[in-house]
Ligand binder design. Sequence first.
Ligand SMILES: *Cc1c(COP(=O)(O)O)cnc(C)c1O
Length: 370
Amino acid sequence: MSHPGVDGLLSPRPRFRDAYQTLGRYRDAGDQRAGIDLSDNTNLWGAPPAAARVIGDAMGAIARYPAAYATTLVAGLADYCGVGLDMVVTGCGSDDVLDAAMRAFADPGATLALPDPTFPMAATLAQMNGLTPVAVPLTRARHIDVDALVETDAPIIYVASPSNPLGVAAPASTLEDLVDRAPGFVIIDAAYAEFAGSYAATVCALARRSERVLIVRTMSKAWGLAGLRIGYACGAPRLIAEVEKSRGPYKVSILGERVATEALRLDGQWVAARVAEAVANRDRLAAALTVLGLPPLPSDANFLLVPVAHVPGGASAVTTALRALDVSVRSYPALRGIGDAVRITVAPWLVMARFLVALEAALAVWRASA
Ligand SMILES: *Cc1c(COP(=O)(O)O)cnc(C)c1O
């Protein structure tokens, strides 16, 4: 029954959060995957060997709840990152950890400064938490603009390094400068750290430099476990405790915790070998793209960003033409300072070779139409 008199005055109709009105669902390829899917920067060599062994054995355990805070996995990750047990928090993918951190580090209505371009989910997660994203352009040389980020006075600064979609890693000195001068918390998203040599250790060391920096990482990329959703972060114990409160219990499933723990224990060499191959293939792919007149930007990750503003129809024409050939890459229309671009995940060379054949076929059509 409705009470029109009361409705408009004392109890306004239920209303959804304002910031949600401009948000849409995340678009992905999960439901309709192309034969050659180079769109999501996952490990295209597959899952680590531990996964197959552990998943069969877990049947008896999954009727119960997992450990509330995945303490066994935390121990494995702390060892992997070279930090204390009280310096690691896990989550349902690193998106979940970012989400929890944004809630823990500021009240709704505050700002979050981030480079433009950067990982698009960062601004979305900020909005989902009632924060206002403030986009700060990169410098002319396409580096993080530390001065401009600091000048926003935002209580949270987010950067991805190696960056996504650019691929480039900020020098350690730049991150140190940012951490030292930031007015509030700094979130460093190091999802691709494994592909940048000793960078992972360098970035994790920042967690000991300041109590205000959170290093967010994931097992979705180099570790080949995107489908199990294992994200984590390193930081000072006090910081980690707050993020864990914000995150809540049971975010890592029993299957996820077991596979990830076993993979960390036994599959480090497997991952290192795939990473080495991905890096070699990345450089080989970069050379092939350059020969085709599509030089990519420098990358420290497992993908390449290729500016395509000069191709007729730009990013959308490239992705559409490739999709018709059963190849999927990520389209980035009108990136600030770069223009249209496409992002290509590095795969085993057999797959890269098939991709290049498709790309050459598409290029021939564009050249004919130009
Ligand atoms: C892929 C990616 C993530 C998300 O990883 P999940 O752990 O799968 O949620 C986070 N940050 C960046 C920069 C990424 O590219």
